[in-house]
Design a protein around this ligand. Structure first.
Ligand SMILES: Nc1ncnc2c1ncn2[C@@H]1O[C@H](COP(=O)(O)OP(=O)(O)OP(=O)(O)O)[C@@H](O)[C@H]1O
Ligand SMILES: CC(C)(CO)[C@@H](O)C(=O)[O-]
Length: 280
């Protein structure tokens, strides 16, 4: 029987952020706030002669993931990797970071690399920043909660609160993170829109995020229509950063979002990436 390791990492919805450029990927990232969510990525790995990645979502399989391939090469290992998720990719659910954290957690055990959880996160963060697929998602998804990141990278001070109420989200399509992070103009608008405080609770997170989204100029017309429907029912809501999607909180949110697509009911995660099993 082939030795196999399986791990899971929660995803992360970023509500507002500001890029922080440091000397090298370790000190580069973002400050901001987001919610680590119960849904994420499950990764199954087994040793192989060459690395290959299969990305499975709702029965649909695609091949390849440059950032996972990069991270495994840096570790000097080769594995057959299968990632599985329910949420859509590229839609602002932080799945690139979750795929990295889950895969590297599994690989660490599969090959007995002896990396600490901090080293696993450092390598995932490096791959994210270099590929421009995220800035603060790895730091957030290392643990659970509604997070407020006060510095860039995985060593920064992060506060976490754990509300029990769910968050609801719909996706209207992908918005490749790299396309926004590569635009100097978008980064300037984003920096000017940054609300300089941490959220008190989930509704406060939604409101601070909305103020940021409005000023950032990132809201596409189809996202605007959903936000207007939320406003009409006084449901606090904002845009998933960075995706064409909306998250909302409060009892009426599910009903208000439902005409616009599949509504995901998301719990605030209680913990970060973890190993599920190693066999045999
Ligand atoms: N589940 C996954 N398994 C493997 N690779 C993934 C997965 N999700 C994302 N990726 C990698 O990340 C790239 C997309 O990155 P992007 O940052 O746009 O998506 P995301 O992380 O889902 O969304 P966001 O960062 O906007 O929250 C994909 O091209 C793929 O290489
Ligand atoms: C850049 C970003 C919005 C992409 O999901 C996220 O990584 C963040 O908040 O830094």
């Amino acid at each position: 029987m082939v030795r196999t390791a399986v791990a899971f990492s929660p995803g992360h919805i970023s509500g507002y952020f500001r890029r922080v450029e440091g000397a090298g990927p370790e000190k580069t990232g973002s400050v901001g706030a987001g919610v680590v969510i119960s849904e994420g990525v499950r990764s199954t790995v087994e040793p192989a002669r060459e690395t290959s990645v299969r990305v499975v979502r709702q029965g649909h399989v695609s091949a390849g993931s440059p950032l996972i391939e990069y991270a495994l090469e840096r570790l000097g290992v080769a594995a057959r990797v299968t990632t599985e998720c329910r949420l859509p990719i590229g839609a602002g659910f932080g799945l690139s970071a979750a795929a990295l954290l889950a895969t590297l957690t599994a690989v660490n055990h599969l090959f007995d690399l002896g990396l600490s959880t901090e080293e696993v996160a450092a390598r995932a963060h490096e791959a994210e920043v270099l590929h421009r697929t995220g800035l603060g998602d790895v730091a957030a998804s290392r643990s659970g909660g509604v997070v407020c990141r006060k510095g860039p990278g995985i060593h920064a001070e992060i506060t976490r609160i754990y509300p029990r109420e769910p968050l609801y989200a719909v996706s209207l399509g992908a918005l490749p993170t790299a396309s926004v992070l590569s635009s100097a103009e978008a980064m300037e608008r984003i920096a000017a829109a940054f609300p300089d405080r941490c959220p008190r609770d989930l509704p406060d997170f939604c409101r601070l995020s909305r103020g940021f989204a409005e000023k950032s100029g990132l809201i596409a017309p189809e996202v605007r229509r959903v936000l207007e429907a939320c406003d009409a029912e006084r449901v606090p809501a904002s845009m998933t950063m960075l995706g064409n999607g909306v998250f909302a909180c409060g009892g009426a949110a599910e009903q208000v979002l439902s005409p616009f697509g599949e509504v995901y009911t998301l719990r605030v995660a209680r913990r970060g990436a973890y190993l599920i099993e190693v066999k045999p």
